[in-house]
Design a protein. Structure first.
Lengths: 332, 338, 294
């Protein structure tokens, strides 16, 4: 296997609070190859976004980060702000979750796209910048880009804004695109259009994409591999197809079972009982144990290590003995 | 946006009438006999002089009559004649307005720049020593009495260190340029008198710093709060994710948004500046409306004090109107709604 | 069984008492400004009350030679009439503090009454009262205060009256907004359904929840009132000589421009009180509205 584009090892993020440090992400390993789409899946608060903000170097200054983040072979965890700034927007770009808040309300769409281009290509003339911005608007299929260029964000619909956000992200042909819940805030029909744009970007520009989401449907449609995060830890990781067919971690299995499907005759939404542990009271054992239908006493004693099974890696004491494929048909 | 401005414009005449009525009523409560200040205590026994003065200054007639005359005169731009200067109050005020405006505008510039810079430092280094220091500097300005600060500043910088000139708008020995606009900085330039321009500028430094510092606190507090609000927004993270530097993010993205809500205090700041200028002008012998008001109040010069109060109220109304317009114009979302 | 919403829906506890408890618990080194403010205000009050018993000089009598710079005998020097500046400054607390506090109490009293009525009754009462407040607020405060003080004649009492007229509409607006907000709360509806009479509703169910911002503002305004009162005295409309009032003393300092020490004491006194009132007001706001803490 060639050198991965992004290689995260043992990443931990701690948040200082009034009552001491809280570990929000711990020991996360994660890698992305060039041109690959990797899904990063988990409930809100599982540490997906924090990990990726750590890659961008955008975590608040008082957060503690440790571990290694290699981008294209270069260690960028703890790199200088100047170095990170050169990478941000140029080689690693980000698409934010909520297009309603990700655009600066007092600047025109054109200005905001041009800013991204100019920050990394200071020599370009005004005319070249405008032409580049217009072509980007076209690339994300925004109609009448000439007219749209001078409009403000509030004159755009949610879906259109998300296209603008994507246009800004891909302005400098980054090697890696981090998309943080890019479709969550959008209507279903718009979601499909945005997914299509991502598929095309990957096809045409060979962009590697990290897809942060809790929408497994999105992962199934776009991603090659996926990592499942729970309470700041990786619980399962592997290629998408076998992982969907035979999940080995009970959490992954219940996530899959929770996806509503048209074939589901019972017409019931399968929610996972309970809530993820808060950062404050973390059980000593497996973090999923309180909500797990298969927990045994060993699960309460120690945290399971990540172990390799076939093509995937799983952190579960009982990964070897359970057969969870049936769980999706018959929810617990 | 237009709606708000039109509403304001609609209410303005009523507020103005209220102001006028209030000042008129106030004048009726006067304890001291205004005749004393017109003709002097000695002439009070002379009925002819008293009658003539009463007729001349409109002191005869019942209260409603006087009110009617008063409003009628006001509508025609007649604010009465000052007992003290024997000139029409409006003439006096117009003559002195530029000096006050020059001072207030310079102070506003000082206060705005100072307030914004302190607010940026404060917001960027939130809860650190720099933040606390910046806030203390801003707060100190609003807690120091301006008239005392002016006194101390004059003593230190003018008398002790001889860095800056003393009171007044120009050096006593200097020849004032012909009055065109009344703004000393502009008039000296029009007269192509470079040294007089510098002199006027140097005379402006202390009063505008003193007056400006007194509003730094209000501005810094407001801008800091809205900066903190804005800095938590997604588009700030987005701007950083673009690879923009910290300063660029702060100025280009955060400040542009943070200043919009901060604009609402412009009118409020104006009220503070008026208060300050009354006192600062007294200290710095500044020939503006503030010192005119003080002189009028000290000598119970009724037409003058009412005139100043009405003009001040009008100025305040205009400042509030401008605030609304600026607020609406600054925000593209509001512009749209108009 | 009869269902009585007035009894089942518990009235929210007034925030203030809870605030004070939290306030005391949080007294740590972070509260340095508060400690400073309390120290300044408490010592000024103690000085103001006890000063006649322990000062070596009379505040309006001759204490030494005229216009002496600070020395061991006169820590802040003497003024143009040979009076001790420090003693006069300390005596000044007997004027400025009571004036500020009484002005605020009266202004808040009027403002709260007007605002509560306007907000509670609405309609024409609201309109008339609030337009009155609007007109008062349409004047720059200092000009209004000057016009009032000038027409009533100079003097401390008239200055206080002028300041009350300047300040009441601020509290009327604040109180009205509070009442309108509280009126929307569930427990008020419950009380109405439960048959509580309007007067009792206003006094017992609405007003207790309105005090927090009023108190915060009052604390902050102590400094502002003292500043404006001193300003009026400075231009000759407030306290008259030989009263050892701070603004008046600064005016005396201004007429003896080269003797910097005459104005130093009163200026610093105004500054310290004003700063303390701001510190205290800030702290009060933090505890009464934790969301606003930044």
């Amino acid at each position: 296997m060639s050198l991965p584009l992004l290689d995260i090892r043992g990443l931990a993020v701690t948040i200082p609070t009034r009552d001491g440090e809280r570990t929000a992400v711990s020991n996360v390993d994660f890698s992305v190859q060039r041109g690959e789409v990797v899904g990063l899946v988990g409930e809100s608060g599982s540490g997906k976004s924090l990990s990726m903000l750590a890659v961008m170097g955008l975590l608040p200054r008082h957060f503690g980060i440790s571990g290694s983040i290699r981008f294209d072979g270069e260690e960028i965890c703890g790199a200088s702000e100047r170095r990170l700034r050169a990478l941000r927007g140029k080689r690693i770009a980000m698409v934010f979750q909520d297009p309603m808040t990700a655009l600066n309300p007092v600047k025109t769409i054109g200005t905001q796209i041009v800013e991204m281009v100019r920050l990394h290509n200071p020599g370009l003339s005004r005319r070249e910048l405008r032409a580049k911005a217009l072509s980007l608007l076209e690339a994300v299929a925004i109609p009448a880009p000439e007219r749209r260029f001078d409009q403000y964000p509030h004159e755009f619909s949610g879906g259109m804004r998300q296209r603008v956000v994507i246009a800004i992200a891909i302005a400098n042909d980054p090697d890696l695109l981090i998309a943080d819940e890019p479709t969550t805030a959008l209507d279903v029909t718009i979601q499909a259009q945005i997914v299509e744009i991502f598929a095309r970007l990957r096809e045409e520009r060979g962009m590697a994409i990290v897809l942060i989401t809790h929408d497994l449907g999105l992962v199934a449609g776009l991603a090659d591999r996926m990592s499942v995060l729970y309470a700041g830890r990786v619980t399962e990781r592997g290629p998408v197809e076998p992982l969907f067919a035979t999940p080995r971690h009970p959490y992954t299995a219940s996530l899959l079972a929770a996806v509503p499907s048209i074939d589901d005759v019972s017409e019931r939404l399968h929610a996972i009982p309970g809530t993820p542990p808060s950062l404050a009271d973390r059980p000593p054992g497996c973090p999923f144990e309180p909500r797990c239908g298969f927990a045994v006493s060993a699960c309460r004693m120690s945290e399971p290590d990540l172990l390799r099974f076939d093509r995937s890696v799983v952190a579960c004491h009982r990964a070897g003995e359970l057969s969870l494929a049936t769980l999706m048909q018959e929810p617990a | 946006m237009l709606k708000v401005v039109v509403q304001r414009l609609f209410v303005m005449p009523f507020l103005l009438l209220g102001i006028v009525t209030a000042t008129f009523l106030l004048a009726q409560f006067t304890k001291g006999n205004p005749l004393v200040s017109i003709i002097g205590a000695r002439n009070l026994d002379n009925p002819e002089i008293v009658a003539a003065a009463k007729a001349r200054w409109g002191l005869d007639g019942s209260v409603p009559e006087r009110y009617a005359v008063y409003v009628w005169n006001l509508v025609h731009g007649d604010l009465g004649t000052s007992f003290r200067t024997k000139q029409p109050v409006l003439t006096d005020l117009l003559q002195r307005l530029p000096a006050t405006l020059e001072l207030v505008i310079c102070a506003m510039i000082v206060g705005t720049i100072g307030g914004i810079v302190l607010a940026i430092i404060s917001a960027e280094f939130r809860n650190t020593f720099a933040d606390h220091l910046a806030r203390l500097i801003a707060l100190t300005g609003s807690c120091l009495p301006v008239f005392w600060l002016g006194l101390i500043a004059l003593f230190l910088f003018s008398v002790q260190m001889k860095l800056l000139p003393g009171p007044g708008r120009l050096d006593i020995r200097a020849v004032a340029p012909p009055t065109v606009t009344g703004f000393m900085l502009i008039d000296t330039l029009l007269a192509r008198d470079g040294s007089a321009f510098l002199d006027a500028l140097r005379h402006l430094v202390l009063p505008s710093l003193v007056l400006g510092w007194s509003v730094v606190g209000i501005i810094a507090r407001m801008v800091r709060a809205s900066m903190l609000d804005v800095l938590g927004q997604d588009y700030i993270t987005m701007a950083r994710a673009k690879g923009a530097g910290r300063l660029r993010v702060l100025i280009h993205h955060a400040l542009a948004n943070a200043l919009i809500p901060a604009l609402t205090i412009l009118g409020f700041t104006f009220a503070y500046l008026i208060t300050g200028s009354v006192l600062v002008e007294t200290i710095f012998s500044w020939p503006g409306i503030g010192s005119y008001a003080v002189d009028a109040a000290r000598s119970l010069d009724y037409p003058a004090i009412t005139g100043v109060t009405i003009i001040g109220g009008l100025g305040f109304l205009i400042a509030n109107l401008l605030t609304d317009i600026a607020y609406a114009a600054a925000d593209p979302r509001m512009r749209e709604a108009g | 069984m009869l269902f009585s919403p007035a009894r089942t829906l518990e009235r929210p506890r007034p925030r203030l008492s809870a605030s004070v408890g939290r306030f005391v618990r949080h007294l740590g080194w972070r509260q340095a400004p508060v400690i400073f403010a309390v120290a300044v205000l408490v010592s000024l009050v103690v000085i103001a009350v006890t000063i006649p018993w322990w000062t070596p000089y009379d505040p309006i009598g001759l204490a030494g030679r005229r216009l002496q710079p600070p020395s061991a005998a006169h820590w802040l020097g003497t003024d143009a009439l040979g009076r001790d500046v420090l003693v006069r400054t300390l005596y000044g607390a007997r004027y400025s503090l009571p004036i500020a506090v009484s002005v605020l109490i009266v202004a808040v009293g009027i403002g709260v009454a007007v605002g509560a009525l306007a907000g509670f009754l609405g309609g024409i009462v609201d309109n008339v009262l609030m337009r009155l407040a609007d007109i008062t607020l349409a004047f720059p405060p200092v000009l209004l205060a000057m016009a009032i003080a000038a027409s009533l004649g100079p003097g401390l009492v008239n200055t206080a009256l002028a300041l009350i007229i300047v300040w009441w509409p601020i509290y009327a607006r604040l109180m009205r907004a509070q009442v309108l907000n509280v009126k929307k709360l569930d427990h008020v509806d419950a009380a109405i359904v439960g048959g509580v009479k309007p007067g009792r509703l206003l006094v017992k169910h609405i007003m207790p929840l309105c005090w927090s911002p009023i108190l915060v503002n009052m604390t902050m305004d102590v400094g502002q009132v003292i500043l404006l009162a001193a300003g009026l005295s400075f231009i000759g409309l407030g306290a008259q000589p030989p009263t050892p009032e701070w603004g008046q003393m600064i005016a005396e300092g201004a007429s003896n421009f080269y003797c910097w020490w005459i104005a130093l004491g009163p200026g610093m006194a105004i500054f310290l009180v004003s700063l303390s009132s701001n510190f205290l007001g800030d702290a009060l706001r933090d505890v009464s509205d934790p969301r606003g803490r930044q």
